[in-house]
Design a protein around this ligand. Structure first.
Ligand code: NAG
Length: 340
């Protein structure tokens, strides 16, 4: 009589390398299907996508990648640029996880030195927003090679349900550095402190902007890295972070307000369908959110709640069911067997 498979798996569970003093938990992922370019794809048109990578959000990042590839007309023309703050050894674990899910994906992992930004981060209303990795998007122009002249930055809690090429090809013209959906009905005043608004010079940063300064979400941005480098926008953002840290408290959120200070009123408008944000729920009570009216090309679980955590603890919001099909996590030995 053959041994039950479960008894074969059991010893494996205890075969954990004793050399790992500080455990770095990278779960296992299943391999995604291979996606092929359609007949009209040109080899010159590479799409560059930047995302962060860490153990906490890895599952979200990989689901995001899968969603991009699944809906892309030219999936093999997409190059991923992952940014991580982990040690080189841990980055090897993350690299292996990406490769296990996407063995032929063109990607690079760049190590972002957290000490570059740690001294510039002031504590915000939500601890998760204070992670150095949250600020990595400010440094993409330095991290990515100069041959990458445009990049689409995506948060690790997004799912695309449309062809990324449409978002990628947003025309930036000669003047725009950044494109993103804007929300002009949001109360812009509330993103900064009263101290900011009564300061003799700070509020004037918003005068002479080409259009009304409006809130935009920094989780989905098309960035012109050539113009960014030319205008030294990293330095401009850092200047505001230093004011916040060393002079006066001018905002309460994490990396978002510096972006508003530098770009609000100069952003190239993108259709709202490309950032249906807030699906993580409200930050106080964790209530479920519904979609905003209108078409949907990208779902964004911004806010405190994440779909993979809610699905795991049996308290999923209705829209989390839209995230679940992109989950590549292998949960346990039993799931592995159920899958094959
Ligand atoms: C916008 O926010 C500010 C600061 O929080 C508040 O004083 C003001 O009343 C708000 N305006 C509207 C129209 O809600």
């Amino acid at each position: 009589m053959p041994l039950p498979i479960s008894s074969l798996l059991l010893p494996l569970l205890f075969f954990v390398s004793p050399a790992l003093s500080a455990p770095f938990e990278v779960p296992e992922f299943r391999e995604a299907p291979a996606f092929r370019n359609g007949p009209d794809c040109s080899p010159e048109n590479t799409i560059h996508i930047a995302m962060t990578l860490d153990a906490t959000y890895l599952r979200g990042s990989l689901a995001g990648v899968l969603s991009v590839l699944r809906h892309a007309s030219c999936p093999e023309s997409i190059n991923f640029h992952f940014v991580a703050t982990s040690s080189p050894r841990r980055i090897q674990h993350l690299r292996r996880a990406v490769l296990s899910a996407f063995p032929s994906l063109p990607f690079s992992i760049y190590r972002f030195d957290a000490s570059l930004v740690r001294g510039k981060i002031s504590q915000s209303v939500r601890r998760a927003l204070d992670q150095p990795l949250n600020y990595a998007r400010i440094y993409l122009s330095d991290l990515l090679p100069p041959t990458v002249r445009r990049v689409l930055y995506l948060d690790s809690d997004v799912i695309l349900v449309d062809d990324v090429a449409m978002l990628w090809s947003t025309p930036l013209g000669p003047n725009h550095v950044l494109a993103a959906p804007e929300y002009c009905h949001a109360n812009f005043t509330a993103y900064f402190t009263a101290t900011f608004w009564v300061h003799p010079t700070y509020p004037s940063v918003f005068s002479n902007r080409p259009h009304q300064p409006c809130y935009f979400n920094t989780g989905v941005m098309v960035m012109d890295l050539d113009k960014w480098r030319d205008g030294d926008y990293t330095k401009r953002l850092e200047t505001w972070m230093e004011i916040q840290k060393k002079e006066v408290r001018i905002y309460e959120l994490g990396s978002l307000p510096p972006f508003l200070l530098v770009f609000a009123g100069e952003v190239k408008e993108v259709e709202h369908r490309w950032n249906q944000h807030g699906l993580g729920g409200d930050n106080k009570e964790g209530l479920c959110r519904d979609l905003h009216p209108g078409p949907v090309s990208l779902l964004h679980w911004s806010g405190k709640g994440k779909p993979w955590l809610r699905l795991d603890n049996g308290r999923a919001c209705p829209l989390d069911a839209l995230w679940a099909p992109y989950d590549l996590l292998l949960r346990s030995g039993r799931d592995v067997l159920a899958d094959v």
